[in-house]
Design a protein around this ligand. Structure first.
Ligand code: GLY
Length: 407
């Protein structure tokens, strides 16, 4: 999620902080990654591991407010209502997570608190049961470990469920990660590798040059040149002018909160209808979310928004609502015109690569996106680039009537 706008922070351009970590020297041979959130950082790391020269341009804080706003859920099965390429992509990324995190710990000593001890998706009442059973039928054909549980068995798995639970689906190998620690570990690994990070750089335009390189122009008129560019600017991606780009990304505000529990008493991620979830973190907080609001590029937290997901939680896990409120916040999810990720080169300019539109699943999809984009930028084809073919930016070409779909 993307949670602040540099152009509304009240500072003039020259007042903005420009911090250069490992500034190095700009080179026409390098790849510029525009956006230092979880996606940009993961792509930069994968590129660096392949020996590519890479530099990140970030307009605010690395990992910013977007990645920091995420609940960190790694739960493919709740993020789509059908089998297909999107589920395959999410499951592939989940399978990469243990190695992705182990690599970061090895390089930095920083743990992002990866927990893969299962997710529950609950049906609070008998009227929710049929939908859950229908989901079980198609999901168990993909993963035989997906299990239908009666309410009592679900309550045994998650002590917060002291209220009414009819039944649940159990995904034993899904889980969550602590997104702020993950981005810290990623930037730790990038710094150790000498990957350049330039902060306070707001890219406004990218222009192909006659020589085949790209001019990357910032809001002060500064120009950097690169062999290739990866666009990983989250909800701000559409604000960058690129000739002939068919990609539009829409910001979707998510309100979210955390309560503080007395110990590590609660354990599992739980999804509940119509679109709520809670995520017990290792630090004793329980993150509860989230709204989906299409209100332009604004972020906001409102009592009505919080009620949206707290009201259906009350009969299910009433104890959570008595815990001290720790924090509320909001961020912007980056949503494409079909609500699916956009991965790959722009048809009109094949050395500009999009890594965007991750919407509700930026944290989950970070490892696979990093590998896919690194393969593409370095000109390799692999099973992962094949997996990503349906997500090509080219799917938006020539179809101006394509609607902004909600999932
Ligand atoms: N991944 C959960 C959300 O976007 O709210």
């Amino acid at each position: 999620m993307f949670g602040s706008r540099l152009d509304t922070d009240g500072k003039t351009r020259s007042e903005r902080t420009k911090r250069h970590v490992n500034p190095g020297h700009s080179s026409k041979e390098e790849t510029l990654v525009v956006g230092g959130g979880i996606i940009g950082a993961s792509v930069a790391l994968a590129l660096s591991r392949r020996g590519a020269s890479v530099r990140i341009l970030e307009r605010a804080e690395p990992g910013g407010l977007a990645t920091h706003a995420a609940a960190g859920i790694l739960g493919p099965m709740n993020e789509t209502d059908r089998p297909g390429p999107f589920l395959d992509l999410m499951r592939q990324s989940l399978s990469l997570y243990p190695g992705f995190v182990a690599g970061l710990i090895e390089e930095t000593g920083l743990s992002p608190d990866l927990v893969l001890d299962g997710i529950l998706s609950v049906a609070p009442t008998p009227s929710d049961r049929a939908a859950l059973k229908a989901r079980h039928i198609w999901q168990r054909a993909i993963d035989p470990e997906v299990t239908f549980l009666e309410g009592a068995a679900a309550k045994e798995l998650e002590p917060a469920l002291t209220g009414t639970v009819d039944s649940a689906l159990w995904y034993p190998r899904e889980g969550h990660v602590f997104a702020p620690r993950l981005i810290k570990a990623l930037f730790g690994a990038l710094a150790r590798r000498g990957v350049a990070l330039e902060q306070g750089v707001q890219v406004v335009r990218i222009q192909p040059e006659p020589s085949g390189t790209l001019a990357v122009i910032d809001d002060t008129g500064g120009t950097r040149h690169a062999r290739s560019v990866v666009l990983a600017a989250g909800a701000a991606l559409s604000a960058i002018g690129i000739p002939g780009s068919p990609v539009r990304i829409h910001p979707v505000n998510g309100q979210i909160l955390a309560v503080r529990s007395p110990g590590s008493f609660y354990r599992r991620v739980v999804f509940y209808p119509p679109h709520g979830y809670f995520v017990p973190k290792k630090d004793g907080t329980v993150v509860i979310g989230a709204t989906e609001e299409r209100i332009g590029g604004r972020t906001r937290v409102t009592p009505a928004g919080l009620l949206d997901f707290l009201t259906p939680l009350a009969p299910l896990a009433p104890d959570l609502l008595s815990l001290p409120l720790h924090h509320t916040w909001s961020g912007l999810r980056p949503c494409s015109e079909d609500a699916l990720p956009v991965l790959g080169p722009l048809p009109a300019c094949p050395n500009i690569f999009v890594a965007g539109g991750h919407y509700r699943n930026g944290i989950l999809l970070a490892p696979v996106t990093g590998e896919i984009l690194a393969d593409m930028v370095t000109g390799q084809s692999s099973p992962l680039t094949t997996l990503s073919a349906p997500f090509s930016p080219g799917r938006f070409n020539g179809d101006p009537s394509k609607k902004f779909l909600t999932k």
